[in-house]
Design a protein around this ligand. Sequence first.
Ligand SMILES: [Zn+2]
Length: 330
Amino acid sequence: MKKIYAFVAVAMAALALMGCSGVLRPNFDPSSQGLVYQQEKVRTPSLSLTFFGTSTVLLSDGSNAIMTDGFLSRPSWLQLLLTRFESNVDEIEFALGQANVKKVDAILVAHSHHDHAMDSGLVAQKTGATVYGSESTLNIARGQKTPESQLQLLRPGQSLLIGNFKVTAYETPHSPEPVNVGSIDHPLHAPAKLSEYKLGENFSFLAEHRLGNVLIVPSSNYKMHAFDGVRASVVVLGIGVLGKQSVEFTERYWDEVVRKTGAKLVLPVHWDDFARSLREPLVPLPRFMDNMTVTLERLQSLAKRDGVEIRFLPTLREVRLPVLNDSTAH
Ligand SMILES: [Zn+2]
């Protein structure tokens, strides 16, 4: 298996050197396709969102801030496939600095694969946040010497009050055929191999607020009826490897997460190649993992059917969300 990974890494490096970007990955530029999220001019208080690539987003109401995952190091494919790797403090500080993030209250971690959980502990130490996640996730943060006072085990269905946010964690499945299943049962000391970042449990998060409800689904899969009764005006929708799934799967995912919750704005995340630094513009995942062109075509037809807007967030820049009050549903 390792030989295959090494071959893929070398082949990707060769293609990149040859400049064959369209061969290696789909060409995608949200600005040329008119798909960049344009914030409305809002005078009244509103929630804001900052996107850091993959499924790391920061949601704030000006007083309190909640981050998902906190993955900012983004080690390269060569590091991931051929070496042991660890968090990159320069990359973490660059991303937090660019986005002007100082204080975070909570880091809610979807699952413990490296592209979600590897930096959570360090980001918590830099921002004062508490890390909420599975035992596996907490063991990664423990390996980074995060104090126990900044670690909280998250249970399925649990709700947290964070300032004026009420956040509920839903256990939902990881995208199909996940790698490295299992759990991390002891503090994980980096540098570690990719295979040591075992999945643990996977969560989605509903942030309820009087200024609007935001549902964040980091991993693109669904559990039937998981969000029955949930209302959200905005869905932060994980679309990683969705291009490899069937049309029917994509439609059921959309129906369970977007249609049922009544959301009118969908902000796709986890579409980018997580092995490239945040100092570079985001590009889609390589074709051997995903096909974003296919995903987008399918999602846009569902969005048109349901009168929903799909927009891509700028990176490392805070944007205001429309003021939408979902409180009548709860
Ligand atoms: Zn994963």
